[in-house]
Design a protein. Structure first.
Length: 196
């Protein structure tokens, strides 16, 4: 298992965001990998992780889901993987006390490399499907709670996220009505809908 700390566009490490490359054992029958081992991950992450929910989505090429996050009483850390196709996965730092508050990291996850993206509590998360029928599986340590769910607009100009829409030959992604109406980060700050 190889762990990489992720950097933003300016080359600054965003504390807590990790890319996990798993040990994969392949032969003529296929492959085997250990995608979750609580003892190993607790050691890597330096905390006791108790996942409560698994989410599995399938998305058409060009579909974008997010930027989503949950506040108390059910904030969520996420362990994200792409099990079919490929996605561009993004996390935005919403921890007001962080030196990288408002900054983002984007990485490609795909079914070939089988990497995982660890996103701790304190981040908004979104992904753009780069292929038809891309499937994303992610574990969360908090249960879904509609009352604590929040969203940041995917194209918040102050964030400057560089979504790879050109490679998909799209001007804008396919969005849910909820995501299309999401707030800008500056509005979330005004309404105190961020992490301390």
């Amino acid at each position: 298992m190889n762990i990489t700390q992720l950097k933003n566009e300016e080359g600054k490490v965003i504390d807590g965001l990790l890319l996990i490359s798993l040990d994969i054992y392949s032969d003529e029958r296929g492959f085997f990998m250990e995608s979750w081992n609580q003892n190993k991950y607790n050691k890597i992450l330096g905390e006791n992780i108790n996942f409560k929910q698994d989410n599995h989505s399938k998305s058409a090429k060009g579909a974008l889901r997010g930027l989503h996050y949950q506040l108390e009483p059910e904030p969520q850390a996420k362990l994200v993987s792409c099990t079919k196709g490929s996605i561009y996965d993004v996390a935005v730092d919403l921890r007001q006390s962080s030196q990288t508050f408002g900054k983002w990291v984007g990485i490609e996850l795909n079914a070939i490399r089988k990497q995982q993206f660890w996103i701790p509590i304190g981040f908004a998360h979104a992904f753009l499907s780069l292929e038809d029928n891309s499937e994303v599986l992610y574990k969360t340590n908090g249960l879904y709670n509609k009352g604590s769910e929040r969203s940041i607009k995917w194209d918040d100009k102050d964030r400057g996220i560089k979504w790879p829409l050109e490679q998909l030959k799209l001007n804008s992604p396919f969005l849910s009505e909820k995501d299309a109406k999401a707030n800008l980060l500056k509005d979330a700050i005004k309404s105190n809908n961020i992490y301390k």
